[in-house]
Design a protein around this ligand. Structure first.
Ligand code: FAD
Length: 299
């Protein structure tokens, strides 16, 4: 039996593992896909304090090594169910593990556009995070695809650093706040491309542009680009916990800055919980808060 089981080996989960292990607790991390989580797919990280530049995979490797050196155990197993009790049970596709408390750190998945070769261009012109990657496109021409608040915010942020920003949305109205959309309309370097769908990504080794056609399948045009920011939503991966832990309407685990869920001894850390900023720094902060709360709970 473990003191703490952590579900997810991203930045939040591995940071929680480091803190719990350093507090003398036995820790098992369960990871469904790849150690390091989302950041492993990023070629360059330049906004983590004290690290000027690092690749996402190196960042993840360092964190994993740090946790392993402290005696943290890790199994590649997908969690399918958790059961509450004085001794909590964590079911996976391969078996069941027992523990005193659980930290859920399952992150999110970025929804993709679904365009052909999209994955080939990730880190080579296609990004899912303007806060993370916007600075790489300073003075360049970019597009944002999407119509929600995060797309509107990304376009506003990029307009401050890029020469030109296209905001491409399949409808003529935005799901995001009207005030944010109105503000974008006043920005001279932002062009709204409405009622339009991206049908093709151009480029050999890196993205050089997109083809955009009207939603009704009418006229098409090619837009040369240095970068495309896909902002069509995030998918939290919390459905397996839904019968026990409270989720909000978008599927995020309801937990505040203290990372406590509605169930005593079950904590949520990182991108999987309700919060406004989803970054490595906030994931790491949550990991430490959740681990210390777990240590306190165990006593
Ligand atoms: C391409 C890209 C570039 C980015 N660049 C930056 C950047 O430069 N700077 C920055 O601060 N942020 C960046 N981000 C955001 C940052 O990566 C996230 O905020 C951070 O990774 C969140 O960490 P997390 O641990 O909460 O979740 P994640 O990294 O999503 O990790 C969650 C882990 O849980 C696992 N998991 C999910 N469900 C289960 C289950 N049922 N059982 C077991 N395991 C499960 C997943 O497989 C995953 O490995 C970027 C994101 C992307 C996608």
């Amino acid at each position: 039996m473990y003191d703490v089981i952590i579900i997810g080996a991203g930045c939040a989960g591995l940071t929680a593992a480091v803190y719990a292990a350093r507090a003398g607790k036995s820790v098992l991390v369960l990871e469904a896909e790849n150690i390091g989580g989302q950041i492993s797919f990023s070629p360059k990280v330049e906004n983590f304090p004290s690290i000027k530049q690092i690749s996402g995979s190196e960042f993840a490797d360092n964190l994993f090594e740090q946790a392993s050196a402290l005696g943290v155990e890790l199994e590649l197993e997908r969690v399918t169910k958790i059961v509450d009790g004085e001794i909590k049970k964590v079911y996976t596709e391969d078996g069941v593990h027992e523990c005193r408390c659980i930290i859920i750190a399952t992150g999110v998945k970025h929804r993709q556009l679904g365009a052909e070769r999209e994955e080939d261009f990730v880190g080579k012109g296609v990004s899912y995070c303007a806060i993370c990657d916007g600075a790489f496109y300073k003075g360049k021409t970019v597009a944002v695809a999407g119509g929600g608040n995060s797309a509107l915010q990304s376009a506003a942020l990029l307009s401050g650093m890029c020469e030109k920003v296209y905001l491409i949305h399949r409808r003529d109205t935005f799901r995001g706040e009207q005030a944010k959309a109105d503000e974008l309309r006043t920005m001279p370097n932002v062009e709204l491309v409405l009622n339009s769908i991206i049908t093709d990504l151009a480029g050999e080794d890196a993205l050089t542009g997109v083809t955009v056609c009207t939603s009704q399948g009418g006229e098409c045009r090619d837009i040369p680009l240095d970068g495309l920011f896909v902002s069509v939503g995030q998918i939290p991966e919390n459905s397996v916990f839904a019968d026990l832990v409270e989720l909000d309407e978008s599927g995020y685990i309801v937990a505040g800055e203290d990372c406590k869920t509605n169930i005593k001894g079950i904590f949520a850390a990182g991108d999987c919980r309700t919060k406004s900023i989803r970054q490595l720094t906030t994931a790491a902060a949550d990991g430490s808060v959740a681990a210390l709360a777990a240590v306190d709970f165990i006593g």
